[in-house]
Design a binder for this molecule. Structure first.
Ligand SMILES: [Zn+2]
Length: 254
């Protein structure tokens, strides 16, 4: 049984560096999503940006720019195009495991209409609670599209064989989750926004300095890192160092 995995970058996020836990004035970070080819079907972990975002007349983009944030995505970086490049029909994607409901993780759902969304119940409920969704920036426009939704509570073995495991890592949002994947590439823990980059993992200076979520983020990250063995590769949520020339995961078929 061969389980393959690819890592794709669906655009870039530009903001003040401090908001990303990075140094300097401005920072640009990649927006990755992950493709897992399992004998039972194709699963994605997150799905990048909406294909229309970044356009000047897009209302959500205008809101981001008002907060000194911008995103850029080329047509080739859109989720469907990247899947086609991997010879995967977007219509055939069976599962999309969402780490959380932020626009840069759930935005591409519109391009995988037949997938079942796998999300922590408390994240999904947060997305439909007007006050909580507003506080955590969970815009329904990107995830409330009529997909089948499988709401899970805590750890979940996606294929029932231990190869792909959802691991709750609450803090960044109320029901954030991370993913462990055991594939032909070895053992990976995909942190999602449980930790943006390796500097934060070392310093624990989460970009929410005065935020009550910080202790919970620390606990979640500790719990995730304690699962890593010597050969486990930890993939951060938005770490430019992992997506340069030496990509942490293959972007194309060998
Ligand atoms: Zn996020």
């Amino acid at each position: 049984m061969t389980i393959r995995m690819f890592g794709c970058v669906c655009g870039q996020y530009h903001s003040p560096a401090k908001a990303l836990g990075m140094f300097g004035d401005r920072a640009t970070v990649p927006l990755p999503f992950y493709v897992i080819e399992h004998p039972q079907g194709v699963a994605l972990f997150d799905c990048g940006l909406h294909a229309d975002i970044g356009k000047a007349d897009d209302a959500y983009t205008q809101g981001l720019r008002a907060h000194d944030i911008d995103v850029t995505v080329t047509p080739e970086e859109a989720v469907a195009r990247q899947l086609e490049r991997l010879d995967i029909d977007p219509q055939r994607v069976r599962w999309v495991v969402l780490s959380h409901l932020h626009f840069d993780h759930a935005g591409g759902l519109h391009q995988v209409p037949n997938a079942t969304v796998v999300v922590q119940r408390r994240e999904w409920q947060a997305g439909f609670d007007r006050a909580v969704a507003a506080e955590h920036h969970l815009p329904r426009r990107f995830f409330d599209l009529g997909h089948q939704v499988k709401q899970i509570d805590g750890e979940h073995d996606l294929f029932g064989d231990g190869s792909v495991t959802c691991i709750p890592s609450f803090g960044h949002t109320p029901g954030h989750q991370s993913l462990r994947v055991r594939s032909e590439l070895g053992d990976h823990i995909l942190l999602g926004d449980a930790c943006n980059n390796h500097q934060i993992a070392a310093s624990r200076h989460f970009p929410y300095e005065s935020d009550p979520r910080r202790p919970e983020m620390n606990r979640s990250l500790d719990a995730l890192l304690s699962r890593a063995g010597a050969a486990t590769v930890v993939v951060y949520g938005h770490d430019p160092d992992q997506w340069g020339e030496a990509s942490v995961l293959p972007k194309a078929r060998a």
